[in-house]
Design a protein around this ligand. Structure first.
Ligand SMILES: Nc1ncnc2c1ncn2[C@@H]1O[C@H](COP(=O)(O)OP(=O)(O)OP(=O)(O)O)[C@@H](O)[C@H]1O
Ligand SMILES: [Mg+2]
Length: 421
């Protein structure tokens, strides 16, 4: 017999089941919800792009938005889902759209939008959207959710995206397009004609910003939400909360937080140690084997940070400053360097007024070398690919936030004051 609690938790850890609540639900949730609600109620076309690193919760957020829309406007809209990785080219995507409409509207053979010819199929669905009544059924509006939208920009002309965004602007029924991507430059990859039809709503969903935030997200996977009624859940949840502070589970949480902050990776690290177990036996020992010895973690922040030069520290702090200041997840050399010059010059002026000797501001060449080393040490992690020759614009995510960096610097360090904005 299966173990309801353990099975339920393992399914969440392995991504087969979504957590009941999204922890730290972001203001982006409201923005996306409001946009789609007005598409449905006012038949207003719109589009947005949600960008964020892998496992940041993009898919989860959108599904929570759709869940709420479904409960408020149940049959008023049709959701069509596309995935740039699966529907590798426009042809497959057009078929997927036609198929989903056919299925949702119960089209019989002769009325089916999907035809052997891709051009006819495309024409069929475009014509459909020009009519005031989308279909015989109740659907008033259509919401397109496009996962990995950047993949549609890599193969040839972006005809499908162009058509969908054009529809969102021109159709009399409300058409909304929500694109998701883990590439921070996804919007820049759009062709000019596509971009001009895009509403320019760009949202960035960052990874957990603090250890506490990460702990809560891990807990939402490991615990059973009160809305799911399973015997023994309350006791299980209490134990999990305690174990997350102890050796074993607590170590895995810290390790994943300080290395990748990737919730999906966390799931694959602890999931196997729960499988097949009896929930009544839950104890710290379950997780001991899932801890990778600290010595084996090459990029552990606590061992790397003390070895940094002052310039490397300065750039790391400036990257974290720029990312906090502009609420962006990743920064490029240009941004970090601008912040560095401003900070170093201010420090130099302050020092010379007190001691008569300024603070050394390093050359662009030295800055570039330090920047490269931070990448080698994986303290800055690429979030997209830069075009060759455009290294300065390559987007990198500081793996450690300003608050945490503060914890690693002794208060008498010359750059300690840079840990506050
Ligand atoms: N805020 C959160 N609270 C609880 N669980 C979360 C949260 N964010 C993500 N998760 C969980 O982490 C896993 C990855 O999330 P999700 O699939 O939404 O990421 P994503 O941003 O869509 O990643 P990808 O770019 O790979 O598609 C899922 O199991 C999801 O349930
Ligand atoms: Mg996703």
């Amino acid at each position: 017999m299966g173990q309801p609690i353990v099975d339920h938790v393992v399914d969440k850890l392995f991504g087969k089941r979504q957590p009941e609540v999204m922890v730290g639900i972001d203001s982006i949730f409201d923005l996306v919800y409001d946009m789609l609600a007005s598409t449905i109620t006012l038949r207003r076309g719109d589009s947005c792009m949600i960008m964020g690193p892998r496992s940041a919760g993009k898919t989860l957020m959108v599904s929570k938005v759709l869940e709420k829309l479904n409960s408020n406007y149940s049959d008023d809209f049709l959701t069509i889902k596309l995935n740039g990785t699966i529907h590798a080219d426009d042809k497959q995507a057009v078929r997927a759209i036609a198929r989903q409409i056919d299925e949702a509207t119960n089209n019989q053979e002769a009325d089916k939008l999907e035809k052997p010819s891709m051009a006819v199929t495309m024409q069929n669905f475009l014509t459909l959207f020009e009519q005031a009544n989308f279909s015989e059924t109740n659907y008033k509006s259509v919401v397109f959710i496009i996962e990995d939208i950047d993949q549609f920009t890599s193969a040839g002309k972006q005809t499908l995206l162009y058509n969908l965004l054009d529809l969102s602007q021109s159709s009399v029924i409300g058409v909304a397009v929500v694109g998701l991507s883990c590439r921070m430059n996804a919007a820049e990859l759009l062709e000019k004609r596509v971009r001009s039809r895009f509403s320019q709503r760009l949202y960035n969903l960052p990874k957990p910003k603090s250890r506490q935030d990460f702990v809560s997200r891990c807990a939402s996977l490991l615990q059973v939400d009160p809305s799911v009624q399973i015997d023994g859940a309350q006791e299980w949840n209490t134990k999990i909360t305690r174990l997350m502070d102890q050796d074993g589970l607590g170590d895995v949480v810290s390790e994943v937080y300080y290395t990748s902050k990737d919730l999906r990776y966390f799931g694959t690290r602890v999931g196997p140690y729960l499988q097949g177990k009896n929930h009544k036996d839950l104890c710290a020992e379950w997780f001991i084997d899932s801890v990778i010895s600290k010595l084996n973690v090459p990029s552990s922040t606590d061992t790397l940070l003390p070895s940094l030069s002052e310039l490397e520290w300065a750039l790391l702090l400036c990257s974290a400053r720029a990312s906090t200041r502009y609420s962006i997840d990743s920064v490029n050399l240009v941004l970090a360097q601008t912040e560095y010059y401003a900070m170093a010059q201010a420090l130099s002026i302050e020092r010379s007024s007190v001691t008569g000797v300024g603070y050394r501001v390093w050359s662009a060449k030295a800055i570039r070398l330090a920047w490269e080393r931070l990448q080698q040490l994986e303290l800055l992690v690429p979030t997209g690919t830069a075009q060759s020759g455009q290294e300065d614009l390559k987007m990198l995510r500081p793996e450690t936030g300003l608050q945490e960096l503060r914890g690693f610097l002794p208060p008498n360090h010359p750059l300690f004051s840079w840990t506050r904005l």
